[in-house]
Design a protein around this ligand. Structure first.
Ligand code: MG
Length: 254
């Protein structure tokens, strides 16, 4: 499959998918506190998604059993919500959510503190978010794909953090995962030229310690090998001739 360039009509649908998703994240963030379960977050997220007439992108995707990926502490991504998994003061929790609105996906992730957290974990959360914003400074027509990758990596590593290699961002549209892959580290070469109308889910996954990860026996949850914490930040982005448009981001919401 090749890279798709979205029409104005498609962009309008993806804009609405992203707007709804920003609200989903905001509503989920409001219930985060010590004592709730990761399933509580999933339930709230799915409820908000469906209240807008949307479908959760992740539910049953390759067999994933829930609407929201909820990953705690050393879990990098793809944590499976569980009513027995209780959040504790000092945890950090990464929420990855997707919605389908009239056939179009939006995909976004946030990492939140649970109560009072370690200073270094707050820094990890802040640097991961900012690495996304450093990346999208390069996200405009005429630049190359790996200009984004390099900016994310350079920023995150300047704080002594490391970038996950095994999982990357992606094109998005009528499918959750489309071409191209968007690494958060710079591969050899420059990558494809960015064109107006490309829609990308850009999603740095940043570790406090080493970059290596592995997958748990549940066949989903990815954790850091050194058990140090990890953070995730993602938005669905439209490439234009000028500034990129962030579909799933609202500066006044979580
Ligand atoms: Mg994604």
């Amino acid at each position: 499959m090749s890279v798709t360039i979205k029409s104005e009509h498609e962009i309008e649908l993806m804009r609405e998918a992203g707007r709804i998703l920003s609200i989903v994240h905001d509503e989920m963030s409001k219930i985060i506190r010590p004592g709730i379960s990761t399933m509580d977050i999933n339930r709230r997220g799915e409820e908000v998604i469906r209240s807008y007439g949307c479908i959760p992108s992740f539910l049953n995707y390759n067999g994933f059993p829930a609407a929201i990926c909820v990953s705690v502490n050393e879990e990098v991504v793809h944590g499976i919500p569980n009513k027995k998994r209780i959040l504790h003061e000092g945890d950090i929790v990464s929420l990855d959510a997707g919605v389908i609105y009239k056939g179009y996906h939006s995909d976004a992730a946030r990492t939140h503190p649970v109560g009072v957290i370690a200073e270094e974990d707050q820094k990890l959360i802040d640097v991961t978010k900012q690495s996304f914003f450093e990346g999208i400074k390069m996200a405009k027509a005429g630049n190359h794909l790996f200009d984004i990758s390099k900016a994310i990596q350079t920023y995150a590593e300047s704080f002594g953090f490391s970038v996950v290699r095994e999982m990357v961002g992606h094109g998005i549209g009528t499918k959750l995962h489309e071409e191209p892959q968007v690494p958060n580290f710079k591969p050899i070469g420059r990558g494809m030229k960015l064109r107006p109308g490309m829609t990308l889910a850009i999603e740095p996954m940043i570790n406090r310690g080493k970059k290596e990860i592995w997958q748990l026996d549940d066949d989903w949850t990815c954790v850091t090998r050194d058990s140090q914490n990890s953070a995730h930040y993602e938005n669905t982005v439209l490439i234009t001739d000028g500034e990129p448009e962030l579909f799933s981001y609202n500066k006044d919401l979580a």
